[in-house]
Design a protein around this ligand. Sequence first.
Ligand code: ATP
Ligand code: MG
Length: 137
Amino acid sequence: METTLVLIKPGGVQRNLIGEITRRIEARNLKVVGLKLVNAKRETVEEHYGEHRGKGFFEDVVNYLCSGPVVAMAVQGVNATKAIRTMMGATNPLEATPGTVRGDLALTIDDNLTHSSSDPEAAERELKLWFPEGTVA
Ligand code: ATP
Ligand code: MG
């Protein structure tokens, strides 16, 4: 059993896709064990995307995550991290397979709707960052 982090980025919240994205996660029989709508602190987002510090898109992606409310969700299930990554699709929606969230609902890399942890170690780190109070399981 794993727990992983999903963020619905500001574009997804603005486009009223909280329900659609959460529906897909629940339909996969993954369990939501943490859920909140937050205006993310800049320092949280910079730490979250720390691996990308210094890259050309770092400022843009941090600004985007801080541009409006995000949904932070802790999701639990067998192989949850890989299952969610596959469900969200390739980083660039143009390369994302139809049937994935990005392949169905997104068009550009700078507005690709969701974040999900890349592996279980990243998930553990990110869950501590976004849910310092802990989750329900
Ligand atoms: P995320 O971490 O948001 O789940 P990811 O793991 O699929 O996405 P990363 O390589 O971690 O992709 O990139 C983090 C985010 O930075 C991407 O979601 C995207 O919004 C942005 N990004 C990544 N690469 C580029 C790029 N070449 N040009 C513009 N933006 C980019
Ligand atoms: Mg990533």
